[in-house]
Design a protein around this ligand. Structure first.
Ligand code: F6R
Length: 605
């Protein structure tokens, strides 16, 4: 939610800040702006819309300096408008903010009593006004005084009018990193906006203030004492944030999935058996749990549901999957025998992070299944299983979801071994999994045309149901989320057996049901449910697995997946559903990578 960037160095500041903003646009695209400081003070430009707009304005504005900050916004307080866009500047300071200030009303009253008139509807403007009020020529003292008045979450990039050779940063809860090169430095909400220039960075911790100059970065803790930081080094490459030959990041990320699976196989399968030693997780640690609780949001939670199914099947350990935003407020029962697993692509999702902090405070064991190394959630848990999916840019998660499924599948096998439930089967189940990269590669190559045709067919419907049983139901949930998220078609998922308990009343000739039938043991039941839909005039598009005996009347609109073991079909079904959603959105000429109202990395509650 909202991307913050900053640059100080010898290159043209605006050009670099705009380039950084382009990399950060997936975090929000309601408005955009930047500010540059030089010996004549601060200049700010901002506008509603995308980074391309500010790029045009930069070309006309004469903005020079060695130091600049930028912001791309996902609106929380106040509509997307120029006055609500960041940076928020006064004569003395300019700020960019990611987060939410929770005592805004109180601060507003106080600022007004001090003679400040607020021009925007944002909570962020109050931070600029507070800094203006307290500024006494000492940026660190001023930032600290202001931080003591703020409640909520914030990552701030700040310029002071009389300090043109430095940018300042402060953070609480929202993520912020400082990219390091010899004679230039970068500020960013995440790795995306620095990787083109450097893979070395400092992660700012709670309440730290950074003073960032061309040749040095100084970081101060809560007592304003200097903190010695250890540099982090990213192993992601800059090139991964280009679309390459693809029209959209989402399509590129779908294509990368076989490779993502291969990476996880290389890391987490040794001698034909699951192995988490590369993630540093000892078997003795995993052996001790009698109950598991998976906490995540959105797509990550749907991956968690598949994880529950595999863990319960292979290890017979009871698993509960909880929406992170609910977990925090439900007074969860946590015991010494409970393992909590947090799943997150970004590692920064505010709801999941808050839950992780709660679990840590309770002293309960926890692991993260996270894509972004160095992200906040990874620092709140005992161990992490890193997903090795590389940066995911499209707002709709695809390759990270597949990687989450893979990590959970292998973890379930590992727990199955450790509990003694799976001794004979584990090599077979691992082998089935190891075949997937090749099968998936072939599936993506073979089926795209067919999927495009189905996408055209889907366009006729305003309401689409997804249905399936067992693992297919869990995939239906994800398929419906993908379709609604990027194509704006009202899509709902149901356990196929539930349709007759209510939703069937909605089925008419204008209803499309995308049905999943890959699980042999419930095929007959699913088929009956689909016949009930057809009998009521609904259309069915069937995704089924080769080798299953599907009645002829359901085959007219169908797509056949290769024959694989039931437990690993989700990896194939997921890719087909992603491609289907992608082609529907393309056919509707929508902004596939940046769907309306959404943003990647949801760092507000
Ligand atoms: C949907 C999607 C979201 C995320 C959710 C959690 O395609 O991407 O539902 O899965 O916002 O994000 P992470 O995984 O970063 O915690």
């Amino acid at each position: 939610m909202c991307g913050i960037v900053g640059y100080i160095g010898p290159r043209k500041v605006c050009d670099i800040v705009v380039r950084q903003l382009k990399k950060m646009e997936y975090r929000g695209y309601d408005s955009v702006g930047l500010a540059v400081v030089n010996e004549n003070g601060i200049k700010t430009i901002k506008t509603v819309g995308r980074v391309a707009e500010i790029e045009k304005m930069v070309a006309d504005a004469e903005l020079s300096g060695v130091c600049g900050i930028g912001h791309t916004r996902w609106a929380t307080h106040g509509e997307p408008s120029e006055k609500n866009a960041h940076p928020h500047s006064t004569n003395k300071v300019s700020i960019v903010h990611n987060g939410i200030i929770e005592n805004g009303e109180e601060l507003k009253g106080w600022l007004e009593s001090q003679g400040y008139a607020l021009e925007s509807e944002t909570d962020s403007e109050m931070i600029a006004k507070l800094l203006d009020f307290y500024y006494d020529g000492n940026p660190i003292d001023t930032l600290r005084k202001v931080s003591l008045r703020l409640e909520g979450a914030y990552a701030l990039g700040v310029l002071f009018h009389d300090a043109p050779d430095a940018m300042f940063a402060l953070k609480k809860e929202s993520p912020l990193i400082v990219g390091i090169c010899d004679d230039e430095k970068f500020l960013s909400s995440d790795l995306n906006a620095i990787l083109e220039y450097t893979n070395r960075y400092f992660v700012l911790e709670e309440d730290e203030i950074a003073v960032i100059r061309r040749n040095k970065v100084e970081i101060f803790g809560t007592d304003n004492e200097k903190v010695e930081k250890v540099e982090s080094v990213a192993n992601w490459q800059a090139g991964v944030t280009d679309k390459q030959k693809f029209s959209h990041f989402m399509r590129k990320e779908i294509a990368e999935q076989p490779c993502v699976l291969s990476n996880i196989i290389r890391k987490n399968i040794k001698g034909g058996a699951p192995d988490f030693s590369a993630d540093g997780i000892p078997d003795d640690y995993l052996r001790k749990f009698r109950r598991i609780c998976i906490v995540a949001c959105g797509t990550a939670r749907y991956a968690g549901l598949a994880g529950k199914s595999w863990i319960e099947k292979f290890a017979r350990i009871p698993v509960e999957v909880v929406v992170a935003s609910e977990f925090r407020y439900m007074d969860p029962i946590l015991s010494r025998e409970t393992l909590v697993i947090f799943i997150s692509q970004s590692g920064e999702t505010a709801d999941t992070l808050a839950a992780a902090r709660l679990v840590k405070a309770a002293g309960t064991s926890a692991i993260g299944i996270v894509n972004t190394a160095g992200s906040s959630i990874t620092r709140e848990v005992d161990y992490n299983i890193f997903l090795e999916a590389g940066i995911e840019v499209a707002v709709a998660s695809t390759k990270a979801y597949i990687a989450m499924l893979a990590a959970l599948y292998l973890l379930a096998l590992k727990l199955g071994l450790l509990t003694g439930n799976l001794t004979n089967n584990v090599h077979f189940l691992c082998n089935e999994f190891m075949d997937l990269p090749e099968i998936l590669e072939q599936l993506l190559a073979d089926k795209e045309k067919e999927i495009e045709e189905f996408a055209q067919f889907c366009l006729k419907f305003e309401v689409v149901f997804f249905a399936g049983r067992g693992l297919d139901y869990l995939l239906a949930l994800e398929g419906a989320l993908k379709l609604k998220e990027i194509s704006y078609i009202n899509a709902q998922a149901y356990a196929a057996g539930e349709l007759k308990h209510g939703p069937l009343s909605l089925v008419t000739k204008d209803t499309l049901v995308i049905a999943l039938a890959t699980q042999g043991y419930v095929l007959k039941k699913t088929v009956s449910n689909l016949q009930e839909i057809k009998a009521r005039g609904g259309s069915v598009l069937l995704i089924f697995k080769a080798g299953l005996d599907v009645p002829r009347e359901l085959l007219s609109d169908s797509l056949k997946l290769p024959r694989v073991e039931d437990n690993v079909t989700p990896f194939l079904t997921a890719a087909v559903l992603q491609l289907l959603a992608y082609h529907v959105a393309c056919a509707k000429k929508l902004d596939v990578d940046k769907p309306r109202n959404l943003a990647k990395s949801v760092t507000v509650e």
